[in-house]
Design a binder for this molecule. Structure first.
Ligand code: UTP
Length: 277
């Protein structure tokens, strides 16, 4: 089995939910304390042993590319922030036709190797010694087939997620038999929602070629994964950690508060604020 080395980070989405901020700034450049969200995403990939990284960008996303240049400010701050990062490749999605379309642009980069997809607007905090991405790679190494990361969602919120159905083995790894996009609580086969972290076999490209535009008229990765679950093999596991989907305003605010409260330089702001009340 091939070791997973490659990470693909789609970051070309329009960010409609962050309008008007996204008129002139990518949502992936929103700060979590003093670093943009995309920094944490690349760090998660690198810390998980992935050393070839492709970021899919598009119109209005040049700030992401610029961020990964060396900056005179690094010298002034005596900061070696990006030194541990490998070379980062970029490709432009020509038109925002959906997440699955954006992954198509990674085909040449991926070649015939398995790869990890981390969304450019989603960060994870692990409750474990292993990062959430490493937890997923371990499942991939056990099963030798594509794996997606899942999390429990409140039953009344299943309609906001892609939901997985399937059977768990004694280790808690699910063999997924179907994926439903935003089902009603009655239709939902479980309350396990797709988090946006995937370890994929290159066969995913064949399934993407076969799907038609789905929800919002976009090519949805969930639709391609449904075909994979039916015709090949797809596994799922529940993450041991917390996920923040920064593409959603409430979660960005929650993430910002969480990251500030974990940062020794600023965590006291919360303490003082609470004392005043
Ligand atoms: P989202 O569903 O969050 O969509 O995409 P979005 O377009 O970024 O945001 P809204 O809905 O307009 O507010 C999930 C992931 O897929 C990427 C996004 O950048 C994000 O990482 N994506 C989505 C693309 O790269 N290209 C697309 O055409 C669509």
């Amino acid at each position: 089995m091939t070791r997973i080395r490659k990470a693909v980070i789609p970051a070309a989405g329009l960010g409609t939910r962050f309008y008007p901020l996204t008129r002139a700034q990518p949502k992936e450049m929103l700060p979590l304390v003093d670093k943009p969200v995309i920094h944490y995403v690349v760090e998660e990939a690198v810390d998980s042993g992935l050393d070839e990284i492709l970021i899919v960008v598009g119109a209005g996303k040049d700030a992401i590319i610029n961020y990964f240049d060396n900056s005179v400010l690094d010298k002034q701050a005596d900061n070696h922030l990006l030194d541990s990062f490998p070379e980062i490749y970029f490709v432009r999605q020509r038109q925002q036709l959906g997440l699955a379309d954006s992954i198509r642009y990674a085909k040449k980069f991926v070649d015939d190797e398995p790869f990890v997809v981390l969304l450019g607007d989603t960060v994870y905090l692990s409750n474990d010694d292993l990062s959430v991405t490493e937890q997923m790679i371990n499942v991939y190494n056990k099963k030798g087939s594509s794996v997606i990361a899942l999390e429990q969602v409140p039953v009344e919120k299943v309609g906001n997620y892609g939901i997985a159905g399937g059977k768990a083995d004694p280790e808690g790894i699910f063999r997924i038999d179907r994926l439903l996009e935003k089902p009603s609580p009655l239709e939902a086969p479980s309350n396990l929602g797709i988090t946006g972290l995937y370890a994929l076999e290159p066969e995913i490209f064949q399934f993407i070629e076969r799907i038609k535009p789905g929800k919002n008229g976009e090519l949805q990765l969930t639709d391609a994964l449904s075909v994979m679950a039916a015709e090949s093999q797809l596994f799922g596991f529940e993450i041991n950690g917390q996920r923040f989907d920064i593409g959603n305003m409430e979660m960005w605010i929650q993430a910002f508060i969480k990251f500030v409260s974990m940062d020794r330089r600023y965590s006291k702001l919360f303490g003082e604020h609470q004392k005043e009340q």
